[in-house]
Design a protein around this ligand. Structure first.
Ligand SMILES: [Zn+2]
Length: 114
């Protein structure tokens, strides 16, 4: 499953960050999940709970922040936030837009316990 490989690389990222900061545990993992990232939050949470047991994250809490889409319109030059999967500008209905945010998933913050 897609989410499983995401969580595995996330865990690796967590382990190396914890090592860098000489942390013994990770208390909290905060993620930003873009609406168009293709990541299903429920599946991701499930994968996280399954994998964390054998890692430094074994009692970490997962916090997921869903990032709505942010579109920059080339027609009316407005930037808008939309809550649906669309690339149509809500102001002028143009499709000449650029997705500025909401396409990726990233690790925002780790709370470490030393
Ligand atoms: Zn527009």
């Amino acid at each position: 499953m897609h989410e499983y490989s995401i969580v595995m690389s996330l865990m690796e990222q967590c382990e190396s960050l914890a090592q860098q900061h000489q942390a013994q545990h990770i208390e909290q993992v905060e993620l930003k999940i873009g609406m168009l990232s293709g990541v299903e939050p429920a599946l991701l949470a499930q994968a996280f709970e399954t994998f964390k047991l054998d890692t430094i994250c074994h009692h970490a809490k997962l916090v997921m922040n869903i990032q709505p889409l942010v579109l920059q319109c080339h027609n009316c030059n407005q930037q808008s936030q939309v809550d649906e999967r669309t690339i149509i500008c809500p102001i002028c209905n143009s499709n000449k837009t650029l997705v500025v945010d909401g396409e990726d998933m990233m690790l925002m913050q780790l709370v470490l316990d030393t």
